[in-house]
Design a protein around this ligand. Structure first.
Ligand code: MTE
Length: 331
């Protein structure tokens, strides 16, 4: 997302430039990985160990019993194939090339896992994943995912409403925002160990409390009926379908109820390019590219499926959350 794009460049030229930078990044990281492998013996490439094999039985059982999507939470648009959803990722903790998260996450351990809940609520504490997920009947939701980079997918997530989870911690009246944090563990996440990391870690995101409580906001623990792969944010991630994908923070380890708007990773990194609200909005271009349309995946470089981008990514029912706000200024 930090790659400079000149407005006079065609899409395929931009892709080339992205790949160019990503490759340089990747080579730099590989040098670093080699050192860690030699001295620490912890990291390596090429074996078939997979985070999916560590899935606990209770989670497999719950995924198997997930409810089909309710009409309000699905779409008849063609689902993006599993291979594309799990091979074309943004998860900078594993590298900035779209293939890096799948390539470099095979040693990532999503189990056991716990999440610290703190701040303005009655039930703070450290909660095991099992305690967070088990009380909920999982459900499928087929959502569009629109990245700020102007590509999009349709993903069948499995999980639980964010509001149902948050209510269990009994947030009080001081809780005006919710702040989320991703795991920081450079031994498992090689992108965090890179000498020149693309962004500051841990990755931080946030929502206003009413956004977080909206029925569309979702916590995913699976996709395509399977446990969430590491590259998609195992074992639990946020999915906020009306916002650009960078709001949907992965591999969450901390949830904090706060009084003031949290400073989020991309806003901190480039405030003129990435705002806190980040609602999908075709009327507000990114300073370096248009947001009027998107490339629906899969598609090839030579026959991209370009479709118009819709306000709030087509989830207009959230518009009332922003009545009276200038969404050009609060982008
Ligand atoms: N969460 C963390 N921790 N690190 C990241 O780099 N990338 C974001 C978001 N969540 C990111 C993250 C971006 S830019 C997008 S578009 C989505 O994850 C992509 O989700 P996907 O790879 O499952 O499609």
């Amino acid at each position: 997302m930090l790659i400079k794009k000149r407005p006079d460049l065609a899409e395929h030229q931009v892709t080339d430039e992205t790949l160019y930078h990503a490759r340089r990044d990747f080579l730099a990281r590989c040098g670093h990985l080699t050192c860690l492998s030699l001295f620490g013996g912890l990291l390596g490439c090429g074996d078939e160990a997979s985070s999916a094999t560590q899935t606990p039985q209770w989670l497999s059982d719950q995924l198997a019993q997930a409810q089909p999507p309710q009409p309000a939470f699905t779409t008849d648009e063609t689902r993006t194939p599993f291979e594309d959803v799990t091979r074309y990722n943004n998860f900078y903790e594993f590298g900035s090339d779209k293939g890096d998260p799948a390539r470099h996450s095979d040693r990532f351990k999503p189990h056991p896992w716990s999440v610290v809940v703190e701040g303005a609520c009655q039930k703070p504490g450290r909660y095991a994943l099992e305690d967070l997920v088990k009380p909920h009947r999982l459900e499928e939701r087929i959502y569009r995912l629109r990245c700020v980079e102007a590509w999009s997918m349709v993903v069948p997530w499995v999980g639980l409403p964010l509001a149902s989870l948050l209510r269990r911690f009994e947030p009080d009246s001081r809780a005006r925002f919710v702040r989320f944090e991703t795991l920081f563990d450079p031994q498992q996440m090689p992108g965090q160990a890179a000498t020149f990391a693309a962004i500051d870690y841990p990755y931080v995101e946030g929502l206003r409390i009413d956004e977080a409580m909206h029925p569309l906001a979702f916590i995913a623990v699976g996709l395509y009926g399977k446990p969430l792969p590491a590259q998609n944010g195992a074992p639990l991630r946020l999915v906020v379908p009306w916002k650009y994908g960078f709001k949907s923070i992965k591999s969450i380890v901390r949830i904090e109820f706060v009084e003031t708007q949290p400073l989020t990773t991309w806003e901190r990194s480039a405030p003129s390019e990435y705002g806190f609200y980040a609602n999908v909005n075709p009327a507000v271009d990114h300073p370096r590219w248009s947001q009027k349309s998107e490339r629906r995946l899969p598609g090839s470089l030579f026959s991209p499926r370009v479709i118009p981008t819709r306000p709030f990514n087509g989830y207009e029912e959230v518009a009332s959350l922003y009545s009276g706000m200038d969404l050009r200024r609060l982008f």
